[in-house]
Design a protein around this ligand. Structure first.
Ligand code: TXA
Ligand code: MG
Length: 328
């Protein structure tokens, strides 16, 4: 099992930076989810991230930097959109995709010509980047297509010895990943809804978002592959509002013996299901979502029923994660 140390102790940060320099993987808390870090500018080190996650090497990683100055060193050009969005949301859960500078290895970029950059809004993540003095590539610290980790224990369970050290900062505040915005074309485009809501972005810079869940470059789901490679985990089914009780009864009638359900505060409790109650606000729901799904997985339920969330922009990140989880 990996070492687990308190995230904010100076000795933890110093050890983590030493391990990163030596090419080891270190998991650390961010304000969104836990990240699996390696030196972003060393393709041998980033290759270890892909191997540990079981993630295709064509899926680009986010380079975590300590401020706009370090971000600018990684990109070919830094325009007014990047300037405005970085000033408004960094440090924070916003990832910007820009053309990659020619000196940045293609490994971190999944072989593509762009690079994703973000300044995390968590003191541990920032301290670690500063201690290392260079960008840290970090996807969510889970096996490919698994649930994102919002607790150190989730990382340990998912990655085990593939990670040398886990910095434990307790539960992640947002609980859902960063919003990813592509700035390569004249119109900024949201590739992944996340912890920065769309209206907050739009108040700073015009952004577009196509309907439905957005899969970023190279992130097409491969359901068959997923089922073959991973231990069984619950199947998530989305149901229309007001039908949860009936759907639970239906699953039980079919002989499914362990049914889990995600319900919001204030809604009724369907009998016979193992319940996880989530806050009824979009930020509260997002904060608790992955931890609730981890607990249901641990409890061994084979089906999780979740009521569809409102079809509004404020719920876009939660809706996206539920829809993706339901499609696997
Ligand atoms: O909140 C977060 O963003 C977390 C924490 C650890 O920072 N990280 C994270 O990384 O969620 P990951 O690898 O699990 O998801 C990164 C997302 C993926 O949808 C990926 O396709 C997209 O960002 N992405 C990364 N680099 C990209 C690029 N160059 N072009 C387009 N999309 C990119
Ligand atoms: Mg991820």
């Amino acid at each position: 099992m990996p070492r687990v140390l308190p995230a904010l102790e100076p000795e933890s940060i110093a050890l983590a930076a030493r391990l990163l320099r030596a090419g080891e993987l270190v998991a650390f808390p961010t304000e969104t989810v836990y990240g699996l870090g390696a030196r972003a500018l060393d393709p041998v080190h980033t290759a270890r991230i892909f191997a540990a996650k079981g993630r295709p090497t064509t899926h680009p990683l986010i380079a975590h930097v300590d401020g706009p100055a370090m971000a600018r060193e990684l990109v070919a050009s830094w325009g007014p959109a990047a300037e405005a969005l970085a000033a408004a949301f960094w440090p924070g859960p916003l990832t910007l995709v820009l053309e990659r500078a020619s000196h940045v290895p293609s490994g971190v970029a999944g072989g593509g010509t762009s690079i994703a950059v973000r300044v995390p809004g968590h003191p541990c993540a920032l301290a670690l980047i500063r201690a290392l003095g260079e960008p840290i590539a970090a996807p969510s610290a889970n096996r490919y297509q698994g649930l994102s980790p919002t607790l150190a224990a989730h990382v340990v369970r998912s990655l085990g010895d593939a990670v040398a050290l886990v910095l434990d900062g307790g539960p992640c505040e947002a609980g859902v990943e960063s919003t990813v915005v592509d700035l390569r074309s004249p119109i900024a485009r949201v590739l992944r809804p996340g912890a920065v809501p769309l209206d907050a972005l739009a108040a700073v810079w015009p952004v577009t978002r196509a309907e439905g869940p957005q899969l970023a470059a190279g992130e097409r789901a491969s359901p068959g592959l997923d089922a073959k490679h991973y231990a069984p985990r619950a199947r998530l089914l989305l149901c229309a509002r007001g039908t949860l009780g009936a759907q639970v009864a239906d699953q039980l009638a079919r002989g499914v013996d362990a049914v889990g359900a995600l319900v919001t505060e204030g809604s009724s409790s369907p009998p016979g299901a193992r319940l996880e109650r989530l806050d009824a606000t979009p930020t509260g729901y997002a904060h608790g979502l992955f931890a609730a799904l981890h607990r249901l997985d641990e409890a061994g339920v084979s089906v999780v029923l979740a009521e569809a969330v409102p079809d509004t922009d404020a719920w876009a990140a939660v809706r996206d994660r539920l829809t993706r989880a339901a499609s696997l």
